[in-house]
Design a protein around this ligand. Structure first.
Ligand code: SAJ
Length: 401
């Protein structure tokens, strides 16, 4: 393998594109592969099709310098990375068909000595399954290529920085593969590269997000207990966290995003007997969103009884977490959608977006002015200094800061 490898990145989404651009920024030739022609065309123009701070400038630069090109078909390379989605099918079972089709797509271009790395969040055993796919179609490559699993662990909104600086767990199908993958990541990662085997690396990714999910579930459960008990949950958590070995996270509208609410199911579906806390944490966090909806409906009902008219409700925040514009898998959006299916009148506010395809977006001022009840669903910075003498339901502790 030459000193600077040629790279193919299959999947140019939220992880694949920033990773491809970062690698290309080290003057390494990267061919980004995506099945969507419009994605390929956009990138080849030096533009991007996703929202992520600092990514547009980086992509523009590496495309202009010809280190990154996009294509719908893979080419020959030294290193192949797979970063395609792994959605659910049926009852929360992981669907690895995209990983398999990506593997099959690169099959004809593989040659002796190449390194194949899967980055897609995957159920335990996926790398070994893909190894079997490759060797059943190309038996002559048995023992002659390297394969590893290396999950990304970047925070949406801070992807470029974290891709470069976070530690990584790297697990090969054998030791030579692990070593080869470590050599490769050293080209662009400044964080520590931790060696393990493929299965452990696969499980590591799932466990990281399950751990966070379970901790958030604990906070959400506390919030519902405190509501019954007449205790301010935020004060309670602040006080409990004064203990040197306690660190309770923050309750909210529920858990959203594309990772934490998804990955724990990969463990539950594979290990249903053992994965008890992991399953119940998922259920609690989903239930918290239902609980919020009920709370708002009951408050609206009481308002109507007291005032003889239906209230207008300002729903403050639609994103899946504070200070981003990403509405995918958002519990706040689920709350608003559920309330819009009732007879209640909802003024949706999301200061980080200008418009939405189905919802009318109101300005903060208009919503505060027109609404009878203000409901805080996401702790955006823009909400922290707002004052109102209306009835307030704060599910994310934005009014006490
Ligand atoms: N949330 C709470 N309370 C908290 C913290 C978060 O309710 O105290 C909610 C957020 O509002 C949001 C959800 O949890 O709805 C998830 O937000 P997040 O910021 O915890 O995580 P993500 O989904 O943006 O990114 C996670 C990260 N994983 C971990 O922190 C363990 C990130 O490092 C992963 O790379 C990413 O998942 C991924 O791609 O898997």
């Amino acid at each position: 393998m030459s000193n600077k490898p040629n790279v193919v990145m299959v999947g140019l989404g939220y992880i694949g594109l920033p990773t491809a651009a970062l690698i290309a920024s080290r003057n390494i030739k990267v061919t980004g592969v995506d099945i969507h022609q419009h994605v390929v065309d956009t990138i080849n123009k030096g533009e991007i099709h996703i929202i992520e701070p600092d990514l547009d400038g980086l992509v523009h630069h590496v495309v202009k310098d010809k280190f990154l090109t996009a294509s719908t078909t893979p080419v020959e390379a030294d290193v192949y990375l797979i970063a395609v989605p792994t959605p659910f099918k049926g009852d929360h079972e992981p669907d690895i068909s995209y990983v398999e089709s990506a593997t099959r797509a690169i099959l004809p271009t593989l040659k002796e000595g190449v390194l194949v790395i899967i980055e897609s969040t995957s159920p335990v055993g996926t790398t070994e399954k893909m190894e079997a796919v490759i060797f059943s179609e190309r038996p002559e490559l048995k023992g002659k290529i390297f394969m590893a699993y290396c999950p990304e662990r970047v925070l949406p909104g801070n992807v470029i920085y974290e891709l470069e600086h976070n530690d990584r767990a790297i697990g090969g199908i054998n030791e030579e593969s692990t070593e080869k993958a470590v050599w490769f990541y050293k080209h662009f990662v400044k964080g520590e590269l931790h060696k393990t085997n493929a299965k452990t690396a696969e499980m590591c990714k799932l466990v990281e997000n399950s751990s966070r999910d379970a901790q958030i579930a604990f906070a959400n459960e506390l919030s519902m207990i405190c509501d019954e008990a007449g205790i301010n949950v935020w004060e309670l958590i602040r006080l409990a966290n004064k203990h040197p070995r306690v660190n309770i996270l923050q309750p909210g509208t529920g858990v959203g995003g594309h990772c934490i609410a998804v990955d724990p199911w990969f463990i539950v579906s594979e290990f249903p007997e053992q994965a008890k806390i992991i399953r119940i944490a998922r259920e609690i966090n989903n239930y918290k969103t239902e609980w919020v909806i009920e709370k708002i409906k009951n408050t609206a009902l009481q308002f109507e009884l007291d005032n003889g008219k239906k209230p207008k409700i300002a729903a403050m925040g639609l994103a899946f977490k504070p200070n981003i514009d990403d509405l995918r898998e958002s519990p706040a959006l689920n709350v608003v959608t559920a309330l819009q299916n009732t007879t209640l009148s909802i003024l949706a506010v999301e200061p980080n977006i200008e418009s939405h395809k189905t919802l009318e977006i109101f300005s903060i001022d208009q919503a505060l002015n027109d609404a009878d009840i203000i409901v805080y669903l996401v702790a955006h910075d823009q909400f922290k200094t707002l004052k109102s003498n209306k009835l307030v339901l704060d599910f994310c502790n934005v009014t006490n800061q």
